[in-house]
Design a protein around this ligand. Structure first.
Ligand SMILES: *Cc1c(COP(=O)(O)O)cnc(C)c1O
Length: 388
């Protein structure tokens, strides 16, 4: 038996491959076999593996200092904040760094309660916000929640994309609405053109905070630095995470002063919050994506990739191909776990989302060469499907 299977709590659906290293859009297993990585740790490796700027940032920071508690000031933390708030629109002017996406959601939840003094929050069916108790309470999939109830009370779930259902769920106890602007884990579900704008208007109308979970859609993934920019809406609270620190554990809650100031000193702290190492790398990642406009590459290459993937609609096991930027899914009419294994055999890694959806979250800096390679690997996999 594999040591991981022996000692780790049985909680991940695992693929039979043991990775040793990575370079750019590729990872290598212990036998030196090369895999095209369109999983990227579920969207973490935004700039691919072993990016020289990230390696440099880590190396030079570890030689200075790794840990400076947030009860002290830190030079590199200040530099990171300068970079972050230079990129964000000016109405977003306060943040808190966490150690994961789920923890960012936890704080967003606390901010809603603290600022609005209301217990209720509306989340969306099929949403994914993480698996710690608070984030799990907001996650709109019963199969993840059921065994762990009672969860945090006050959460109601509205149908994603349905404005009327959202309106019907609002009462005097509700202080905020949380959603992913594109549902990731649910299988890259893109709401109708005017939906997010309508949600923003409802929140304005009813005096509710709008929390956008851009942990997956943010940082260039969808062809702009943040997806909300494409929809011309303003979140009250924004959560990001995943690749922000180049693969180091991180999450970040960003909000307005007025909301942030509802918290008293000591009400939300964390040992590792905004550690110098995370700040040094996050600063570099933000600079790379923003200054080099990597998000435009995600838009350009993403469109090309979706275009060529559309050719696969000729296979009758495929239902739909959809995506924005480099957040792309193929929805099948069949269970795809077998296909994932076949793709692995053809040396390609992808994300497992739901039983019939394959999701691609490749690095944002890939070129046409890699999408052609991906196309060929998928083609080969589909072509031989059924023939074993
Ligand atoms: C990954 C993800 C989370 C949870 O982040 P963790 O770092 O796994 O805790 C929350 N929301 C969205 C949209 C995500 O993609």
């Amino acid at each position: 038996m594999n040591i991981e299977d022996l000692y780790l709590i049985n909680s991940f659906y695992k693929l039979p491959v043991k990775i040793e290293c990575g370079k750019g859009p590729y990872v290598y297993d212990i036998n030196g076999e090369k895999y095209l990585d369109f999983m990227c740790g579920y969207g973490v490796a935004l700039l691919g593996h072993g990016h020289p700027a990230i390696i440099d940032a880590i190396k030079s920071q570890i030689e200075k200092i790794i840990t400076v508690h947030s009860s002290l000031y830190s030079k590199v933390r200040e530099e990171f904040l300068g970079t972050l708030f230079n990129i964000l629109p000016s109405y977003l002017n306060k943040c808190f760094l966490t150690n994961s996406g789920s923890e960012a959601i936890e704080l967003a939840f606390k901010l809603v309660r603290k600022f609005t003094k209301k217990r209720g929050i509306i989340s969306m069916l099929n949403s994914y916000h993480g698996k710690t108790m608070g984030a799990l309470s907001l996650t709109g999939k019963e199969k993840y929640r059921k065994a762990f109830e009672p969860l945090v009370p006050g959460v109601k779930y509205a149908e994603y994309g349905n404005v009327e259902d959202l309106k019907n769920k609002i009462d005097n106890e509700v202080g905020g609405v949380i959603l992913e602007p594109i549902q990731g884990e649910a299988g890259v579900i893109i709401p109708k053109e005017d939906y997010l704008k309508a949600v923003r208007e409802i929140c304005d109308d009813k005096n509710l905070l709008l929390i956008l979970d851009e942990i997956q859609t943010g940082l260039g993934r969808t062809g702009s630095m943040f997806y909300f920019e494409q929809k011309y809406i303003e979140p009250d609270i924004l959560c990001i995470g995943k690749g922000l620190a180049g693969g180091l554990p991180v999450g970040c809650v960003i909000t307005r002063k007025e909301i942030a100031n509802s918290m008293n000193i000591g009400e939300h702290t964390s040992t590792f919050s905004a550690s110098p190492l995370v700040c040094a790398v996050a600063k570099k990642v933000l600079e790379e994506i923003h200054n080099n406009k990597i998000y435009l590459n995600a838009k350009y290459i993403g469109e090309k990739f979706i275009n060529i993937l559309n050719e696969f609609c000729k296979y009758n096991i495929i239902n739909e191909i959809r995506g924005i930027g480099l957040m792309i899914a193929i929805e099948f009419k069949i269970d795809i776990r077998n296909l994932l294994l076949r793709l692995l055999r053809n040396h390609m890694l992808t994300c497992y989302t739901s039983p019939n959806i394959i999701r691609f979250l490749p690095p944002l800096n890939i070129s046409e060469k890699e999408i052609k390679e991906a196309y060929e690997k998928i083609e080969k996999t589909l072509e031989n499907y059924g023939s074993n």
